[in-house]
Design a protein. Structure first.
Lengths: 443, 302
């Protein structure tokens, strides 16, 4: 089929100097002119390495109706690609042909002015996003209904709550009708309910046969919306193919993290807001020395370090234990048993959780999440730290004896000696029943 | 385990079926609608593109005006207050105390006419000069012909100009200044001022993205510019041997022409007008060229 987007040999170079100092002053340029020959002399004409390639030799085509997820770590070139496709910045080399109208949504509420009312901002924002005035007028009621801010249409948006602001902004964007829609990470805003609505709307767009390019760190959203995914790494296409294949491969890439428990900024995240980040997860025994394995039945401590950027008055932390076959074994939360949520002020917090494990010997991983008490996820790291449970207990007296591990937990149990046993007297019926009893017990 | 309450545990998964079936494809045209290439030779402004975005120019102008007078008690009256009170003070100091001549017209009308055009020009230049930096969020998030931003700032100034023009009419009636056929040239002169403001505004706004010195230099330059323009005094006030230097300022011919067209006292100075027009057009071409050249990197450095 004929592609709707054709990208050929696309590269974009940034000079690092320009990134560090976003704008120059005349004086700097003048002194730079004077110094430049010296600098060049000092470097002895060696290759200029103060530039980075944000994108390098991208080459692919997208067919009409495809919904493509662009994934990759921060700095992989996702945003640069979207900016080139949206014509915000120019490529350094290469070419892109677009066979349809493009609307790009790199942010919700671009151009919203706080002093203007909701009504006024709908017109302004619609027009900035490339809608015709008549188009905005005909969709006005629909936009208002979608945004759920009817009552405040004539209030300046500076008096809106952040939720209302985002709803209105997304409502306008959701009513764009381009042939190609380019979306960046806009779903990371708003509450869970509204995120759901936005994703539903994007799903509608996709079903109408429009082409969508969707950049996100939200792998669940990418998986459910897209049929194809392109993984960028270091400005190049690392993988391009079916969405499940590419996303699963990308998430498996988390292995490196899971061994150390140090969570980098650009770790793959499924959900989250910018309020806090998980920095590290450590597993120790009760004397706080670090361990990678637990003895059978050994109690342990999980130490979490969160960096909180904004006060979180209602923090709900959950540590999930997931077996390597994907089965979620259990989870523990600080609000278990009716305890109140925690207050986490701006700053770095170390939180310790003590667990009496009843896990069977297997490989497991901790999933860690930080949420508001209303369920909005602030931070979620899957496979934050891997650990093993050994077949033997610390004391050496206990061990798991079966070759195949059946199940995941060993309940705390108490077995009692036989009581009121009756000797078999030679009657055949009774003897059969007795054999059944023995077989059942052994299995 | 994403969220503590089960009903919103996986909001995203619940929203849509997996891999939605694609029902229909829009027709793909043979020729691409947009070709993205690294710009090699810079052509001036792409007029067709600009026309396609004319509504945005309207909305941004409207926004600039709305925002400027939001939460002000006097609102649009501010468009009048600035030139009007400047006129009163200048009349007192220059007209009465210093005795600056005014080509035979009451000094208040004379100076108000000059101030009207000057206020428009200086506001348009200073607003448009800072407009790109002030709209950095738009530059980095959406595509549209960038020239619309300084353009809208000039257009908003033009609206203020028309409002303040009402006071001029009142003053002319009050001082019994009659109108002649030369008034027909007025729209052309206002148009020329607009183009000049656009040229200077485009150029400074583009430079401002890269060199923030402009933000500090601009108000100062504008202030100086007023004193080398015949706003407070007529050109005839300047000694003959320095007139040519004054005429190099494109505003000289325009402001003089503006007064001639309004009051019809003197004949038009066609040489001065032609000089102003030529300089304005040359500046406009140069500004458009510079703007296009710098436009490519706006989003990266703003």
């Amino acid at each position: 089929m004929k592609p709707i987007i054709r990208i050929h040999n696309l590269s974009k170079r940034y000079s690092i100097g320009a990134l560090e100092a976003p704008y120059a002053t005349l004086r700097e340029t003048l002194t730079g002119l004077v110094r430049a020959p010296l600098k060049r002399f000092r470097r002895n004409g060696a290759g200029r390495d103060d530039t980075i390639w944000a994108l390098k030799d991208l080459d692919f085509a997208i067919e009409p109706g495809e919904v493509v997820g662009i994934i990759g770590r921060n700095g992989a070139g996702k945003s640069t690609l979207l900016k080139i496709l949206s014509r915000i910045t120019e490529p350094t080399t290469g070419e892109v042909d677009l066979y349809g109208r493009v609307a790009s949504l790199l942010e919700v509420g671009t151009g919203f002015h706080p002093e203007l009312t909701g009504r006024e901002n709908i017109y302004l924002n619609g027009s900035i996003l490339g809608m015709k005035r008549t188009e905005i007028e005909s969709k006005f009621d629909e936009i208002v209904a979608f945004s759920e801010v009817e009552k405040f249409l004539d209030t300046p948006v500076k008096r809106y709550s952040s939720g209302m602001y985002v709803r209105l902004a997304f409502a306008v964007a959701a009513h764009l009708e381009p042939e190609i829609l380019v979306v960046d990470e806009v779903l990371a805003v708003g509450d869970a309910q509204f995120q759901k609505k936005c994703l539903g709307k994007m799903g509608d767009v996709a079903r109408k046969g429009r082409t969508v390019l969707f950049v996100s760190h939200n792998m669940v959203a990418v998986k459910s919306l897209c049929n194809r995914a392109i993984l960028l790494s270091g400005g190049r296409v690392a993988k391009d193919g079916g969405v499940d294949d590419v996303v699963n491969g990308y998430l498996r890439d988390a292995d490196g993290i899971a061994r150390t428990g140090i969570i980098p900024d650009d770790a793959p995240r499924l959900y989250g807001t910018d309020e806090a980040k998980l920095r590290s997860v450590r597993l120790t025994d009760l004397s706080d020395s670090e361990v990678a394995q637990l003895y059978l039945g050994q109690p342990c401590r999980v130490h979490l370090t969160f960096e909180v950027f904004k006060d979180i008055p209602d923090a709900v932390i959950e540590v999930g234990i997931v077996a390597m076959d994907g089965v979620q074994v259990t989870n523990s939360s600080n609000i278990d048993g009716g305890q109140p949520a925690m207050f986490l002020g701006r700053g770095i917090h170390k939180i310790t959780l003590e667990l009496d494990t009843i896990l069977l010997p297997r490989q497991y991983s901790f999933h860690v999440s930080l949420n508001h008490s209303n369920g909005l996820t602030i931070e979620l790291i899957e496979r934050a730290l891997d650990f093993d449970v050994l077949r033997v207990a610390e004391s050496g007296g206990d061990s798991y004896r079966w070759t195949n591990v059946r199940g995941y937990v060993r309940p705390t149990s108490r077995w009692f000696e036989p009581q009121g046993s009756v000797p078999i007297t030679g009657d055949s019926e009774n003897s059969n029943a007795g054999r059944d009893l023995v077989a059942g017990g052994k299995r | 385990m994403h969220a503590p309450t089960p009903e919103i545990a996986s909001p995203l998964e619940a929203a849509i079926p997996e891999n939605p079936p694609v029902t229909k494809h829009p027709e793909v045209p043979d020729e691409p609608l947009v070709r993205i290439r690294p710009t090699k030779s810079s052509i001036a402004i792409d007029l067709r593109d600009l026309w396609a975005y004319r509504e945005l120019l309207y909305f941004l102008t409207w926004r600039d005006l709305k925002v400027r007078y939001k939460q002000t008690v006097l609102g649009v009256a501010w468009a009048i207050i600035q030139p009007f009170f400047t006129m009163l003070i200048f009349t007192l100091f220059f007209g009465k105390l210093a005795g600056v001549p005014s080509d035979g017209i009451a000094y208040p009308v004379f100076v108000y006419a000059g101030l009207l055009l000057w206020t428009f020009f200086s506001n348009a230049v200073s607003h448009s000069g800072n407009s790109l930096v002030g709209n950095a969020n738009l530059l980095t998030k959406v595509y549209f012909p960038r020239v619309i931003i300084p353009g809208a700032a000039v257009a908003a100034g033009l609206v203020d100009f028309f409002i303040a023009f009402g006071v001029l009419i009142a003053l002319m009636v009050y001082y019994h200044v009659s109108v002649t056929w030369s008034i027909l040239l007025l729209p052309a002169l206002v148009g020329l001022t607009t183009l000049l403001a656009l040229a200077v505004g485009m150029w400074t706004s583009a430079l401002n993205v890269k060199y923030r010195d402009i933000r500090y230099a601009l108000p100062f330059m504008i202030q100086l510019w007023m004193f080398v323009s015949p706003v407070i005094f007529p050109s005839s006030f300047v000694p003959q041997k320095w007139r040519w230097a004054l005429a190099l300022n494109p505003l000289t011919g325009i402001i003089e022409g503006f007064r001639t067209s309004l009051f019809g006292r003197n004949p038009f100075d066609w040489v001065a007008l032609a000089t102003s027009t030529a300089i304005t057009l040359a500046l406009l071409v140069y500004a458009a060229y510079t703007f296009r050249r710098m436009e490519r990197t706006f989003a990266d450095i703003v």
